[in-house]
Design a protein around this ligand. Structure first.
Ligand SMILES: Nc1ncnc2c1ncn2[C@@H]1O[C@H](COP(=O)(O)OP(=O)(O)OP(=O)(O)O)[C@@H](O)[C@H]1O
Length: 230
């Protein structure tokens, strides 16, 4: 399998002097095309910090992230924003949906940012809502949806612009066990393909069997990999 993401000697610290915490220490790994890779570890082990660095949200203090031929953190801020918009979809733990917009409008946001005209963006959003099984919720505001449905809206929004990299931070944290498992199985079966790489930070052992590989972190470092059982 080809490499999609290469993390090279990433280090990130917060604060200075006595208060300095090293959140990620000299982390190197590769994620492959067509792979679902989990990042697991105790609270405070640096998982979210690492995910944020890899997805272009948080600048590392040292090291590089290579995505295909692009050295992510060598891009200027405009190029980085553009790269993120075109290549990386991010699903946050608490969904980050806009309450005053309809479900379809929420899903259309990345396309509107890419300057699609309104009608076309909304039509495409409807198509993706159908993919995640929510076609009949398109005109509702997110508050009218269940947690699992909101999570699926967030996934539709993250994939609507067809990014090669999809990043999910604790996607099942706010869901009951069955719903969480269903959502991750959906991502594995309907969203993963040979041109995509999916990274998932999770504590949830009930979804481990959907992973291709599980990367364990402790105290800011990678302490091992195990094979999943998809
Ligand atoms: N913005 C910040 N300012 C200061 N310290 C931070 C900041 N973000 C993270 N940290 C610290 O960096 C370390 C790693 O945090 P991180 O959130 O990456 O861990 P995590 O493994 O994702 O934890 P959790 O599973 O609890 O979400 C922790 O010690 C945390 O307190």
């Amino acid at each position: 399998m080809a490499t999609a993401i290469a993390a090279r000697e990433l280090t990130k610290w917060f604060g200075e002097g006595e208060a300095r915490t090293v959140a990620v220490k000299d982390v190197s790994f590769e994620a492959r095309l067509g792979e679902m890779l989990y990042i697991v570890g105790p609270s405070g082990s640096g998982k979210t910090t690492l995910l944020s660095i890899i997805s272009g949200i948080l600048r590392p203090d040292q090291g590089r992230v290579l995505i295909d031929d692009t050295d992510l953190w060598a891009l200027d801020s405009n190029a980085l924003a553009e790269f993120r918009l075109n290549n990386i979809g991010f699903v946050f733990q608490d969904y980050h949906l806009f309450p005053r917009l309809t479900t379809a409008e929420n899903v259309a946001i990345p396309l509107l940012l890419k300057r699609w005209d309104w009608e076309r963006a909304i039509a495409e959003a409807h198509r993706y809502l159908e993919v995640v099984g929510l076609r009949n919720r398109a005109e509702l505001p997110p508050v009218k949806l269940s947690g699992g449905e909101q999570q699926r809206v967030a996934i539709a929004r993250a994939i609507v612009s067809q990014p090669d990299i999809l990043v999910l931070d604790e996607p099942t944290a706010s869901l009951d066990g069955d719903t969480g498992k269903r959502i991750v199985t959906f991502v594995r079966e309907q969203v993963l393909n040979e041109r995509r790489t999916i990274l998932i930070v999770t504590h949830d052992a009930r979804i481990f069997d959907c992973a291709d590989r599980i990367m364990h972190m402790e105290d800011g470092r990678i302490v091992g990999f195990e094979k999943g059982a998809p």
